[in-house]
Design a protein. Structure first.
Length: 465
């Protein structure tokens, strides 16, 4: 049973605590008001809680937890003068609906000594706190102001706000947050405080004593063992208003879900210096290999149905970054050739690697012939598994960035890092079949078709060597 259904069962619709809804809670065009100014409809209580643990509960366990959280929330939240008011205690106000890529507006006004925040995808947090010397957290970063991604690692981009932008106590503050994948931009009181930083997954911190990451299934354990990186921020989850320390008031809570093409454009516009297009959108000028097995459709390179082979850009590349968009048909299968050879047919073994391009969640790959984790989308085929669950719906365009430096490869899919590995350390291979090309230091970039009409567009490369 979903959180939404259980919360409704718990009686959210009955939480009519005020009848005043000022104009401030009227959303701008294209946005939805998460708070209606009158009551807490659409919200339930939940604290800082790993959503994977919630998903692993039985329906009865979920119902009991949500009812207990709701009771806690009601003891500390009210609606007053068109504002959501919390006394600094209790479960956090959490949306019944889960969200992925969003643009979010939130206004708040807090009393001194407060320490709160905004969770996206059920994960902490855009920080809110008392920024004055009297703050309980002055020596922990509060002196730098609110708006940072406080739970990022020390020194990581976004942890500390770029400028102090808090208004004096008694005045309303406004956040505008743009979330695409794990990439986050925060504008606080009209000042940029976080610029396209990666929001780390609070629930996948390594154990301080052992260095081990929490794992909930063998696939995640294999991924962590392979490249020792945390799971990215969850693909989706609730928006939460975290509160503790002192009274805080909220209003004008507006959200807009960002469609795939717009999210891709946001991801593409950051860090574009030095990238050069290697596809003219019309023909295969500058490409070699299986040109007869591909075609140009609506400005995109597309493998012909029932055909395959390697289509390669003419130049050789050592260290480089490539950005592109791809679209998968149902069950689609292709690959990115990394440092490949002109003459070799099997890029997965002769090249440094083939980065899998696959409709991973299609039934054909999850039935009796279930794929090896090292075959999932973004994996270094047969060598290192990628994190799953970050593809857009089949038929939508995905944005992917690949960084190749020396023996290392990083894959960022739709704003989330799904692979970050060093192939020189790989000693175990799928089906015990070695990859003799994995130590190549230069070669071709291209596509390894496998009979499916997978499409690629906006292909740009930046040399790093």
């Amino acid at each position: 049973m979903s959180r939404t259904l259980i919360v409704l069962f718990a009686g959210i619709a009955a939480l009519v605590l005020s009848n005043r809804a000022p104009a401030e809670n009227t959303p701008p065009s294209g946005f939805t008001a998460l708070f209606n100014g009158n009551d807490l409809a659409g919200w339930h209580g939940m604290g800082t809680f790993d959503l994977r643990k919630y998903d692993a509960m039985t329906p009865d366990e979920r119902k009991a937890k949500l009812e207990a959280d709701m009771s806690d929330m009601l003891a500390h939240w009210k609606v007053e003068n068109g504002e959501m008011v919390n006394d600094g205690k209790g479960a956090y106000a959490s949306t019944d609906k889960d969200y992925a890529d969003v643009e979010l507006f939130v206004d708040y006004k807090m009393l001194p000594l407060g320490d709160s925040g905004i969770y996206l995808r059920g994960t902490p947090q855009v920080q809110i706190w008392d920024y004055t010397p009297e703050s309980k957290s002055w020596d922990k970063g509060a002196d730098k102001g609110s708006g940072g991604l406080w739970n990022n690692s020390p020194g990581a981009a976004g942890k500390d706000p770029l400028v102090l932008a808090d208004k004096p106590f008694g005045e309303w503050n406004r956040f505008r947050v743009i979330q695409t994948g794990a990439r986050t931009t925060v504008i606080f009181n009209d000042k940029l405080v976080v610029d396209h930083a990666t929001w780390e997954n609070f629930f996948d911190r390594p154990n301080a004593k052992t260095g081990a990451y929490p794992d909930y299934d063998p696939v995640r354990a294999a991924i962590h063992a392979a490249h020792n990186t945390a799971n990215p921020l969850f693909p989706k989850g609730p928006i939460q208003l975290q509160t503790h320390g002192s009274e805080i008031r909220w209003r004008n809570v507006f959200v807009r879900e960002i469609p795939s093409d717009e999210a891709n454009a946001i991801l593409a516009k950051h860090g574009e210096d030095g990238f050069k297009s290697i596809f003219n959108g019309s023909d295969f000028t500058g490409w070699t290999g299986a040109t007869d097995n591909y075609e140009v459709v609506d400005g995109a390179i597309q493998c012909k149905p029932g055909k395959g082979g390697n289509l390669l850009a003419a130049d050789d590349y050592g260290d480089f970054m490539v950005r592109l968009e791809f679209k998968l048909p149902p069950g689609g299968n292709n690959g990115l050739v990394i440092r490949g050879l002109d003459s070799a047919k099997d890029a997965a073994y002769s090249a440094m690697c083939e980065l899998q391009v696959l409709d991973t969640e299609h039934p054909r790959y999850n039935g009796e012939r279930k794929i090896d984790p090292r075959q999932a989308h973004g994996s270094a085929y047969g060598m290192v598994p990628a994190h799953r669950g970050y593809l857009r719906p089949t038929g939508d365009w995905n944005f992917q960035e690949v960084t190749v430096r020396g023996s290392t490869i990083k894959v960022e899919l739709n704003g989330s890092v799904i692979l970050d590995t060093d192939l020189s350390k790989v000693t175990e291979f799928m089906n015990d079949k070695p990859h003799p090309g994995k130590d190549r230091t230069s070669g071709k970039f291209g596509f390894a078709g496998h009979n499916e009409p997978v499409a690629f567009r906006n292909i740009r490369i930046k040399r790093l060597d």
